[in-house]
Design a protein. Structure first.
Length: 502
């Protein structure tokens, strides 16, 4: 019988370990001058260094080192006065050298932490995630397996390799083990990755686009009986590429581990792959230990020894911490905790802020992004950021509603048009012929027509039964194709029937 999540957390304590890989947004690769622009034709951004041709020697990207130090400082890490690169040896076809240049026993940033806050049954609670290390390395190339049903190598007809990504600067952020999260483990992991993404975005060191792989999470999970000291065997779910998937992958792995343990079976230490369609993971390969990689110092690169004064200059220039920034916005906008959480969970806080910066009222800006735009995103099963509408569009629509040129109903039509790719708000308004009927004489004609068609309803209003006016207002709105201001129609209608609009 399958276990429920509540069954799992009643018996076992989850222990997490999170490794987040971040592609830096430098113009050139980690150890050569090749471009890092995303989406270029395969194998057009390569050179003898990133293709590992004989005799080619690497040189370190200074901007990548600066970005890594900024990340370490923002995560409250100590910056090592001396660190060095190492060779991590393994064979994969998308790793041209058959080793990866990384950092092993002497990383550049160590011993940091990130605090995250989530909603619990007892109210908001803060969890501290300790960061063991932040180190630099290079990304691998990309394999494309053609044919078959899964996109994996098994069952594929043939494979293609694209080395454009080989050598892209990567930073790996590794936590210490994270116990004590209990049933909130999936939510804590999601909040941690979200906080990291916000920090990295604020630093300007990465575009943090999870869907493009520039931010991806490896989630390590193990279970132990509540009260036990010995850690369980962990599994590592590789390259999870959305916040929602981080939460789902950890929840699914907790249930899978518990079912194995309850059946007297053994959890295998291995890497696994998350499947978006099912929310489950499937086995990848057995998990290597450090000794399997045969690390040794990279002989072609000098150690990294950043100047202490330079580090302090970088520290002094760090931007406002995202958690502090959010609290400041919440106070400025007078937003209740629940609505602030809704914006954060929907990943619209940045775009709401951008909309407000363009002159929109904060309440109206978040109303559009959390309301109509969110509804359309859900219908299309897309993330809000993937819709063809931006802060400038919404700010323009809010201004048109404020000026009386659009009603809320007409504004929703404009939003739909923009998202459908019909152009900017002004273009949608022109092409669809959207216009508020503000001519009182035209409205009165529609009101008289509605009253003549529904004389009994009109008499009820004359007799003082004001709620009956709703049917007449609806008829007028229908006749004007929704282009009348409902408040003005109500005012004129009640006056026409001898009632006050107050």
């Amino acid at each position: 019988m399958s276990l429920t999540y509540d069954d799992v957390v009643a018996k076992y304590e989850p222990v997490l370990g999170l490794e987040v890989h971040v592609e830096l947004n430098t113009n050139s690769k980690m150890f050569c001058g090749c471009s890092t622009i995303f989406g270029a034709e395969p194998n057009t951004q390569t050179c003898p260094v990133c293709l590992a041709l004989p005799g080619a020697l690497p040189t370190v990207n200074e901007k990548a080192i600066e970005s890594t130090i900024k990340i370490g400082l923002a995560l409250n890490c100590s910056i090592a006065p001396f660190s060095r690169f190492a060779r991590k040896n393994y064979f994969y076809p998308d790793m041209p050298k058959n080793f990866q240049i990384s950092q092993y026993d002497e990383p550049i940033c160590v011993n940091g932490y990130v605090d995250v806050e989530i909603e619990t049954d007892e109210g908001p609670k803060t969890f501290r995630i300790e960061v063991e290390r932040v180190h630099m390395e290079e990304d691998t190339g990309k394999s494309l397996h053609v044919g078959g049903a899964t996109g994996r190598i098994h069952g594929a007809e043939y494979s293609l390799l694209d080395y454009n990504r080989a050598g892209i600067p990567l930073v790996e952020i590794v936590t210490k083990i994270v116990p004590g999260t209990g049933k909130y483990a999936p939510e804590v992991a999601r909040a941690y990755v979200a906080e990291l993404r916000d920090i990295l975005r604020s630093l300007g060191v990465s575009d943090v686009k999870m869907e493009q792989g520039s931010l991806r999470c490896d989630a390590n999970v193990s279970l132990r009986l509540i009260g036990a000291e010995v850690l369980g065997t962990r599994s590592e779910t590789k390259n999870v590429n959305s916040l929602r998937s981080v939460e789902r992958a950890i929840r699914g792995e907790m249930i899978r581990h518990a079912e194995l343990l309850n059946n007297g079976e053994r959890v295998v230490q291995e890497t696994r792959h998350f499947q978006e369609d099912t929310g489950l993971t499937r086995s990848g390969r057995s998990k290597e230990q450090a000794e399997d990689y045969r690390y040794f110092p990279e002989p072609d690169l000098v150690p990294v020894a950043p100047d202490a004064a330079w580090i302090e200059q970088l520290r002094a220039a760090l931007p406002e911490r995202p958690s502090i920034h959010r609290k400041r916005l919440q106070e400025q906008w007078s937003v209740p905790d629940k609505e602030m959480s809704a914006m954060i969970n929907a990943d619209v806080l940045d775009v709401v802020e951008a909309t407000v910066a363009l002159g929109a009222d904060p309440a109206k800006a978040r109303g559009w992004w959390l309301g109509e735009i969110s509804r359309i995103a859900n219908e299309k099963e897309l993330a809000i950021k993937d819709l063809a509408i931006n802060a400038s569009d919404v700010a323009e629509i809010v201004a048109l509603v404020n000026s009386g040129e659009l009603t809320d109903k007409l504004a929703r039509q404009v939003v739909e048009g923009v998202i459908a790719g019909e152009g900017k708000p002004a273009q949608v308004i022109a092409s669809r012929g959207i216009k508020v009927v503000s001519d009182d004489s035209a409205l009165m004609a529609a009101i008289e027509s509605a009253c003549a068609a529904q004389p009994e309803t009109a008499q009820k209003v004359r007799d003082g039964h004001i709620p009956a006016a709703g049917a007449l207002i609806g008829a007028v709105m229908k006749e004007t194709k929704g282009q009348a201001d409902a408040a003005r129609v109500r005012e004129l209608l009640l006056g026409h029937l001898g009632q006050s609009s107050n």
